[in-house]
Design a protein around this ligand. Structure first.
Ligand SMILES: Cc1cc2nc3c(=O)[nH]c(=O)nc-3n(C[C@H](O)[C@H](O)[C@H](O)COP(=O)(O)OP(=O)(O)OC[C@H]3O[C@@H](n4cnc5c(N)ncnc54)[C@H](O)[C@@H]3O)c2cc1C
Length: 421
């Protein structure tokens, strides 16, 4: 122990996970120091605030848990201890009331992150938590199982910090300009920790539009369509929503929701085909009927618009994908409107994604989120190997795992106490 009367804990990363660990630890009476590479903490959290700060989701427990897919059993105990309702109470404790939006998403009433972050940092400082910005963690000064001192690059040169326990919460690898650049991955791999490669999730995809379509429609939203994806095992996922045409392909909430499966399909098979229903309110026979009516002197575009309300970017998508001869065949045209195939060839790079998949394997951690092979070193937040769609599930699990890692470190330090006496 560095200090027999009051143990110290170093936290690497001042995002939601690291700050929640700091809160749990400071309440437990230990000395807490938060180190962050950036000139200020919580930058990605503040950016999330630009989208209204979707803190969590109000749906029932079972569907909520299912959002964590294959890692649901690992996330469940974390959410049992600090779930969506507790998170809303916690925000209220900081003077931030929340509301449930029409989709069930939960936001602060002010729909901003800054007031919450300000109140939270104030409370943490009052509780004695010390912040050290412009401190980039570089690993440890030893290579054996005794982790040794933490090494930080600072504007004044390298600094070694010895702490009784460490919580690592450096985030994933998306939006590296906000601090979480994934540079920690080799630092843990060098210590033998199993880390699944970081990959983009909640990300856009490349399609490779024609020059004509790109210049005409990049930036256009495609509203209220149904996207469906069928994987190799025949499992179908259908979702209604909207997305945006980009310079290279597609992005936006509807695409993000399917992104994990699309990404995995591309990795396995080289591409993934997404089918779009451009007219979800109309069934196929009705479309065929409408499109079979004589169009007289009207252009095909105005026929599509007046008969079935299809226009703009939706018609553009049809022209981009469908062979010209199919436009003359009402049955084929209607079938394409109900299931237009879009071939996605690559996910956009991790740096552009909303979040990361991959990270420290849960198998490398004990129930308290301590790295089994590095006693006293805990992990939390997006650096762990889980992923979830947007909808508040990301922040909820970051908060919950940060708290669990902080409490885990407290319990571990307590376990050392008899040896100290
Ligand atoms: C545009 C955008 C919008 C989003 N909106 C939402 C939303 O509305 N709802 C939602 O649930 N989620 C949202 N997210 C995701 C959410 O913000 C993240 O999942 C969450 O911030 C991750 O928390 P974290 O504490 O694990 O890591 P981060 O928030 O990434 O924090 C990690 C911290 O560690 C620091 N750090 C990294 N490496 C080092 C190092 N080597 N040394 C020292 N410090 C280091 C970084 O500077 C950073 O401050 C959004 C993400 C983006 C990009």
């Amino acid at each position: 122990m560095t200090n027999l009367s009051r143990p110290s804990v170093a936290i690497v990363g001042g995002g939601p996970a690291g700050l929640m660990a700091a809160e749990a630890l400071s309440r437990g009476g230990v000395r807490v120091d938060v180190y962050d590479a950036m000139p200020s903490v919580g930058r990605k959290f503040l950016l999330a605030g630009k989208g209204g700060l979707n803190l969590t989701h109000a749906e029932p427990r079972e569907p909520f848990l299912s959002r964590y897919g294959a890692r649901c059993a690992r996330i469940e105990p974390l959410l049992e201890a600090f779930g969506p309702e507790t998170l809303r109470d916690w925000a209220r404790g900081l003077g931030i009331d929340t509301f449930v939006g029409s989709s069930g998403r939960v936001f602060p009433v002010e729909e901003k992150a800054a007031p919450l972050l300000r109140a939270w940092l104030h409370r943490l400082r009052e509780a004695g938590v010390r912040f050290h910005v412009r401190h980039r963690w570089l690993g440890w000064d030893k290579t054996d199982a005794e982790a040794g001192a933490l090494r930080f690059a600072t504007p004044q040169g390298e600094r070694a910090v010895r702490a009784d326990a460490t919580v690592l919460a450096p985030g994933g690898g998306s939006w590296p300009q906000l601090g979480s650049d994934g540079a920690w991955v080799p630092l843990l791999e060098q210590r033998g920790v199993d880390v699944a490669a970081l990959q983009p999730t909640n990300c856009g995809f490349d399609i490779g539009w024609s020059e004509h379509f790109r210049t005409r429609f990049a930036g256009h939203p495609v509203k209220s369509v149904v996207a469906s994806f069928t994987d190799a095992a025949g499992a179908v996922e259908r979702r209604q929503g909207e997305f945006v045409v980009t310079e290279t392909g597609v992005e936006g909430s509807l695409i993000y929701a399917l992104s994990a499966r699309l990404r995995d399909e591309i990795a396995a098979r080289g591409s993934a085909v997404l089918h779009l229903d451009l007219a979800p309110g109309r069934d196929l026979p009705r479309l065929v009927d409408e499109l079979s009516r004589p169009r007289g002197a009207r252009s095909l575009s105005s026929h599509l618009q007046s008969r079935i309300g299809l226009k703009g970017v939706k018609t553009g998508l049809l022209r981009e994908v469908l062979p010209a001869e199919d436009f003359a065949d009402p049955a084929r045209l209607a079938a394409a409107i109900k299931a237009l195939p879009l071939r996605l060839v690559a996910p956009r790079p991790l740096a552009e994604a909303i979040s990361s998949a991959g990270g420290v394997a849960f198998e490398a951690l004990d129930d308290r989120l301590m790295i089994r092979s590095l006693p006293g070193v805990f992990c939390a937040g997006e650096m762990l190997d889980w992923e979830a769609p947007t909808g508040g599930y990301l922040l909820t699990a970051c908060f919950a795992s940060g708290r669990a890692a902080g409490l885990g470190a407290l319990a571990w330090l307590k376990g050392l106490e008899p040896q100290r006496g």
